[in-house]
Design a protein around this ligand. Structure first.
Ligand SMILES: [Cu+2]
Length: 320
């Protein structure tokens, strides 16, 4: 019994601790639905038990009395659920309005998210740089996010930061983003979008204003060309082996956006949309055979030699 009460207590304290204003609304609504559903369930169970015990066959002989209808009872049990539904309908619509505040036509989005098979491009339009898969945001600031898709329908969902929002080709959807605490929030694509749908994860990093500003400054920097000879070879290989045809690195000839922007690849915690942690070893394995680590991914296998792999890894690891 103590264990059960403990779990219930933990559940409710988890539910009432929310990481964003949007999650707070959703949790509250869910909790009220849950409490009411539990009360109804208890009433039904008690009624069934009373019926089963009171009218058990050893007490009564033959057919029980047949009732063909009690008008007042039927009206009551229609009106009560109707009222309950109306009350919840009202609160659902109200919370939806709180979460989905209208976007002013002239308002510029803080972040433009473009979903792609199978990763996320993140453009900080106000700060003029692009990154991928990991979104940094300043804590306690309400940001406007514009969500789009470059291929099929995807869906952005970071549960702790609120609602889902579909990424639909040819349309822009908007959603508000605000974290109540610093920390990391995990999410994933939640609309089936092909082979690697499960390998399309999201990491949102909420940090203090100072940390965020520092991060923005670092991201805006154009990386200086490598001085190390191995890294220099890596940089040459990057254009020779057509990597530049799909990726961008500021300050170089690589300006394509078919694959993630690699300008500050080494500053990210994860690789290939949260599937791998970002270590030199994993980067090496990825370049060695992308199809082995993320089958179906739109990055082909270049069958690179060990020498070429080492040079490329060395170069990319310098992109802090
Ligand atoms: Cu998906």
């Amino acid at each position: 019994m103590g264990r059960i009460l403990n779990s219930i207590h933990r559940f409710f304290s988890e539910m009432s601790r929310s990481s964003s204003p949007n999650e707070d609304y959703i949790n509250k609504l869910f909790l009220w639905f849950l409490i009411l559903a539990a009360i109804i369930m208890i009433i039904v169970i008690v009624a069934v038990l009373i019926g089963a015990i009171h009218y058990r066959s050893s007490r009564h002989q033959g057919e029980p009395e047949q009732i063909t209808g009690i008008k007042w009872l039927e009206i009551t049990w229609t009106i009560i659920p109707l009222l309950i539904l109306l009350i919840f309908f009202y609160f659902t619509v109200r919370f939806m309005k709180d979460i989905d505040q209208p976007v002013d036509k002239n308002q510029q989005a803080d972040i433009i998210i473009t979903a792609r098979q199978w990763w996320w491009e993140m453009q900080y339009s106000k700060y003029n740089f692009t990154t991928a898969n990991e979104l940094h945001i300043p804590v306690h600031q309400k940001l406007l996010m514009r969500v789009e898709s470059a291929d099929v329908i995807h869906d952005w969902w970071v549960p702790e930061l609120g609602r889902k929002i579909d990424a639909i080709p040819g349309t822009s959807n908007y959603s508000w983003l605000e974290a109540s605490d610093t920390g990391e929030y995990k999410g994933a694509c939640s609309e089936y979008c092909g082979t690697q749908h499960a390998g399309m994860r999201i990491l949102v990093i909420s940090e203090t204003k100072n940390e965020f500003d520092q991060w923005v400054q670092d991201q805006q920097k154009v990386p200086s060309p490598p001085v190390d000879s191995v890294a220099q070879r890596g940089m040459r290989l990057f254009s020779e082996r057509t990597c530049a045809g799909c990726h961008s690195i500021s300050g170089t000839v690589a300006v394509s956006h078919i694959g993630p922007d690699l300008t500050h690849l080494a500053s990210r915690k994860t690789l290939i949309s949260g599937v791998l942690t970002n270590t030199p070893k994993n980067l090496y394995l990825w370049l060695q055979n992308p199809q082995k680590l993320k089958e179906g991914s739109h990055m082909p296998n270049f069958i690179l030699s060990n020498n070429e792999l080492e040079a490329l890894v060395k170069y990319l690891e310098e992109l802090k």
